[in-house]
Design a protein around this ligand. Structure first.
Ligand code: 5AD
Ligand code: SF4
Length: 468
């Protein structure tokens, strides 16, 4: 048999083989084989899961929500310790399902699998797992699956790093009208608390023409909104043979006919350029929303975090954004309890939240990640102090966000209709600034952009009425 050596041809070959294999089992059982993909963590993982779903559907598996399926994949996250603990906890439950269903297979992939101690533990104590792979070789899923079909034991394939980007494999979309699009993989920043650079590898940008071609295909297939994904989109394109800036990429994407909305995440404050702000200002499609993780309001802590900006620089960037796009919504990520954080540092964070006036913020308790510089730092902050700070931060964030989000009351906004709630007989849509609004309408409007008058702010969402 001639197995192709090039990608994606090689994986398409294995998809075909797996399809025949699954077809035979289905014939024997007289029923379809089902699968369930459970995704932990960020948008990057969500997009990876859509690729896994696309491949499994091509192979002939049928998706279902329940984990009582013939194939269960956990696409894992390891950015904070509790995500790991949840996976171990649920594996026990999966084992009990597997004992009842001899055809059941369990696969684990994603960031957690890039950690040696995790894989060692799985091999030792969770030998019922069928397939383990990592973040760099997710494109190889069809081949690995076929390897598992052909053998009896656990298949483990983890790469330490890669410079490879495989294009044009199948993928499914969770929503018909919006989609994530990877523009880059990995991260080079090494913030001292963060495990991402170790598990997602060095920064690699996709070629702009591949990105444009993918978005054109998505638009032709009914997508109105794309979310450009990267750990630090502001450094997109720096390492391409012919360097392209993120702002230039956005301009090219803006030109795609039929595409209505462009979002992106995540931006790093140190790399946010004036060029990007100018492009956002003149764009008709880029949403007026910026997710700009600040992590801490203390310049002293930011330095130890290796963030390469100060509180003052962050505030300057915010001022520039607001000057160019007065209505822009700003959201952020904040960590409390980083090693050495004093009450004074923490108060700097609280005052920054008020000074910026974030529309919303994800708040995290610092989690010690083995192998990162921060894990070895002295002065880890005691748990009770961290918990107290976290509660105070959350209260401040909610108070500020509450005040902020009401500012669009009694205005009319363009809203992308995303969902229909049967019980309440209301549509749910998302404004460009990412805030939700509920309003009367019918399900046929899902996926379209409609003008909605915002009657009343209910904290984090609005009640409104369509104006046409
Ligand atoms: N502990 C707590 N939060 C973390 N994040 C990243 N690493 C850690 C950690 N070790 C948060 C950061 C980042 C978000 C995705 O997760 O705020 O922006
Ligand atoms: Fe982690 Fe910092 Fe990279 Fe974000 S920019 S993924 S926080 S190392």
């Amino acid at each position: 048999m001639n197995i192709p050596n090039t990608e994606p041809e090689r994986q398409l070959f294995f998809i075909q083989q797996a399809k025949e294999h699954v077809g035979e089992i289905q014939k024997k059982l007289g029923r379809p084989l089902t699968f369930c993909v459970n995704t932990f963590g960020c948008q990057m993982n969500a997009r990876d899961s859509e690729k896994l779903v696309g491949i499994l559907e091509q192979i002939g598996y049928v998706e279902q929500e329940s984990e009582e399926a013939d194939f269960v994949i956990y696409n894992t996250c390891t950015v904070r310790e509790n995500a790991n603990l949840r996976v171990y906890g649920r594996l026990g439950y999966l084992h009990s399902l597997k004992k009842k269903n001899p055809h059941m297979m369990i696969a684990l992939c994603g960031c957690m699998m890039q950690e040696e101690h995790v894989v060692a533990k799985l091999k030792k104590s969770y030998s019922f797992v069928d397939l383990i792979f990592g973040t760099h070789n997710i494109y190889k899923f069809p081949e690995l699956l076929m390897n598992r079909f052909d053998s009896k034991g656990m298949i483990v394939d983890i790469w330490k790093d890669t410079d490879k980007i495989v294009e044009n494999l199948p993928s499914e979309r969770k929503y018909s009208f919006k989609s994530g699009v990877n523009i880059m993989f990995g991260c080079n920043n090494f913030c001292s608390y963060c495990i991402v650079p170790y598990v997602r590898g060095r920064e690699r940008s996709r070629q702009p023409e591949h990105i444009i071609a993918e978005i054109k295909r998505l638009v032709a297939d009914g997508v109105a909104e794309v979310m450009l994904l990267g750990q630090n989109v502001n450094s997109y394109g720096k390492n391409l043979e012919e360097p392209v800036t993120f702002a230039q990429l956005l301009e090219q994407i803006e030109g795609i006919e039929g595409l209505e909305r462009i979002r992106f995440m995540t931006s790093h404050p140190k790399d946010l350029s004036d060029e990007l702000i100018a492009v956002m200002k003149s764009s008709k499609k880029i949403c007026s929303h910026m997710h700009l993780p600040v992590q801490s309001g203390s310049s002293r802590i930011l330095k130890i975090m290796n963030r390469h900006y100060t509180r003052e620089h962050y505030l300057e960037v915010v001022a520039k954004l607001r000057q160019a796009i007065p209505d822009i919504s700003l959201t952020t990520d904040i960590i409390v309890g980083f090693p050495g954080e004093t009450e004074e540092d923490f108060l700097d964070t609280l005052s920054l939240v008020r000074e910026v006036g974030f529309d919303s913020a994800f708040t995290f308790i610092y989690s010690k990640r083995t192998g990162t510089p921060a894990a070895a730092m002295e002065d880890q902050v005691p748990e009770d102090i961290v918990k107290d700070r976290f509660d105070r931060l959350l209260a401040t964030v909610q108070e500020v966000a509450h005040e902020k989000s009401a500012r669009f009351t009694e205005t009319t906004q363009e809203v992308l209709v995303e969902d229909y709630n049967k019980e309440k007989d209301l549509l749910t849509g998302r404004m460009g600034n990412n805030i939700l609004v509920h309003f009367p309408g019918d399900a046929s409007q899902i996926g379209t952009i409609v003008p909605v008058y915002l009657k009343e702010c209910k904290g984090f969402y609005y009640l409104g009425e369509m104006t046409r």
